[in-house]
Design a protein around this ligand. Structure first.
Ligand code: FAD
Length: 344
C-alpha cells in the first residue's frame, strides 16, 4: 500500500470515529473521508451511551479473551490526548439485602485477583445503608460519550479528515470501512433497545459508576460531574423505534429513588433511547472482503466504547498489511453465517 491511499469510513458512531482516529495516526498521509448524514457528532447509539468501560462486569457474557481486549481499549482511552471525561476509579457492584445472592453468584465468575469485597461506605459514603458491602472492580473505568464524540470529531477535522454528511460514498476509495451499525446491509444484525435517564441532583455524590445487581432491573448509575447522573440502561429485544416507554421510565426513576431519597427532587435533563446493533451472540465482528476492499465492523451491542478502539486498531493494522494480535477474536472469516446472509 502506498502512503497516499484513500479511505472512506461510513458511519460516525464510536466505531467509525475510532477507526478514523487510528487510521489517521497510522497513515498520516492517507486521504480519509468519514460519511454520516446525521453530522458530527451524530445523534446515534454511541452518543447516548453510558460510556461504561466495564469488561469484568460483563464477564458472564464474554470470556477472558474479550476481557483482555476490553482492558486494551481502557488503555487506549486513558492514553488518548483528547478530552473524553475518562476516569479510572473502578466500578462498584452493590445489591440490597434481599438481592445479595446475585452478587454472591456473580463473584466466582471473576478472576480471583479482581474479587475485591469492600465496605460500601468506605468507597461511596453517599450510598444508603441498605448497601453494606459490594464488589470493587478497580480496573474498570468510564467516560462521557458526548464529550468523547465531540473531541474525536474536532480532532479529525483539524487533522484534515473530510467530514461529509452525504448519504452515500461520493467518490472512489482504495478501502471502504462500513461502520453504519443498524443501517448496514447486514441481515444478521438485530436491534436491542436501551433507554437512559439523565438527571441533576446536587444533593448526591459518587466517585465511580455503581451497578445495581437486581433480578429485574440490572442498572448502573454513572456520575457525570456537577451533580449530573446518568442511569441506564434497559435491554429490550427490539429495533423498531427509539421511543422511551412509560414502564421503562418508571423503572429507571424508581431505581434512582431507591438508591437515595434525594433523587425525589432531582431535575430530569434527558430521557432517551438508542438501538444497539447486535449479532446473535452479542459479540462484534470485523469482516474483510479483499476483492471489494471493504471492511465491515459491526455488532458492538453493549460494548461500543469497550471494544471499538481495539477493533479500530485491528482495521488500521490490516490496511497497513499487518495482523493485530486481537484480530482473530473479531475476524470469523468470510464463511461465517451472517456474512453469507449479508452477501445474499
Ligand atoms: C442506552 C445505551 C447505553 C449504552 N452504554 C454503553 C456503555 O456504557 N459502554 C459501552 O461500551 N457501550 C454502550 N452502549 C453500546 C454502544 O453505544 C454501541 O455498541 C455503539 O454505539 C455502536 O456503535 P456504532 O458506531 O457501531 O453504531 P452507531 O453509534 O449506531 O453509529 C452508526 C452511524 O452510522 C450512521 N449511518 C447510517 N446510515 C449511514 C449512511 N448511509 N452513510 C453513513 N453513515 C450512516 C448513523 O447515522 C450513525 O451515526 C450503549 C448503548 C445504548 C443504546
Amino acid at each position: 500500500m502506498t502512503a497516499t491511499q484513500t479511505i472512506a469510513i461510513r458511519g460516525a458512531g464510536i466505531m467509525g470515529l475510532t477507526t478514523a482516529y487510528c487510521l489517521k495516526n497510522a497513515l498520516p498521509e492517507a486521504k480519509i473521508t468519514i460519511y454520516d448524514p446525521k453530522g458530527f457528532p451524530a445523534d446515534n447509539a454511541s452518543f447516548m451511551a453510558g460510556g461504561m468501560l466495564a469488561p469484568y462486569s460483563e464477564i458472564e457474557h464474554m470470556n477472558m479473551d474479550w476481557v483482555k481486549a476490553g482492558l486494551e481499549s481502557i488503555k487506549f482511552w486513558g492514553e488518548l490526548p483528547l478530552y473524553t471525561g475518562f476516569v479510572k476509579n473502578g466500578s462498584l457492584l452493590v445489591a440490597c439485602a434481599e438481592d445479595r445472592y446475585i452478587l454472591a453468584r456473580f463473584k466466582p465468575h471473576l478472576p480471583e485477583e479482581v474479587q475485591t469485597t469492600v465496605a460500601t461506605k468506605d468507597l461511596e459514603p453517599a450510598l444508603g445503608s441498605q448497601f453494606t458491602s459490594g464488589l470493587h472492580l478497580a480496573e474498570e473505568a468510564h467516560l462521557d460519550p458526548r464529550k468523547t464524540m465531540t473531541s474525536l470529531s474536532e480532532w479529525l477535522e483539524k487533522k484534515g479528515v473530510e467530514l461529509s454528511t452525504a448519504q452515500g460514498v461520493t467518490k472512489e476509495h482504495d478501502w471502504t470501512i462500513d461502520c453504519r451499525g443498524m443501517a448496514a446491509n447486514d441481515k444478521a444484525i438485530r436491534g436491542v433497545k436501551g433507554e437512559t435517564l439523565l438527571v441533576r441532583n446536587p444533593e448526591f455524590e459518587l466517585s465511580r459508576p455503581v451497578r445495581l445487581m437486581h433480578p429485574r432491573y440490572p442498572l448502573y448509575i454513572i456520575p457525570r460531574g456537577n451533580g449530573i447522573f446518568m442511569i441506564g440502561a434497559t435491554v429490550i429485544e427490539s429495533g423498531e423505534n427509539e421511543n422511551v416507554s412509560l414502564r421503562s421510565s418508571m423503572e429507571l426513576m424508581s431505581a434512582l429513588y431507591a438508591l437515595h431519597p434525594s433523587f425525589g427532587e432531582a431535575e430530569i435533563i434527558d430521557l432517551k433511547a438508542g438501538i444497539r446493533p447486535s449479532y446473535e451472540d452479542n459479540l462484534p465482528r470485523i469482516r474483510i472482503n479483499e476483492d471489494s476492499k471493504t471492511i465491515s465492523c459491526n455488532g458492538l451491542f453493549r460494548h461500543g466504547y469497550l471494544l471499538a478502539p481495539v477493533m479500530a486498531m485491528c482495521v488500521a493494522s490490516h490496511i497497513q498489511g499487518k495482523q493485530h494480535e486481537f484480530m482473530p477474536l473479531f475476524d470469523k472469516g468470510l464463511k461465517d453465517e451472517s456474512h453469507d446472509k449479508r452477501a445474499a
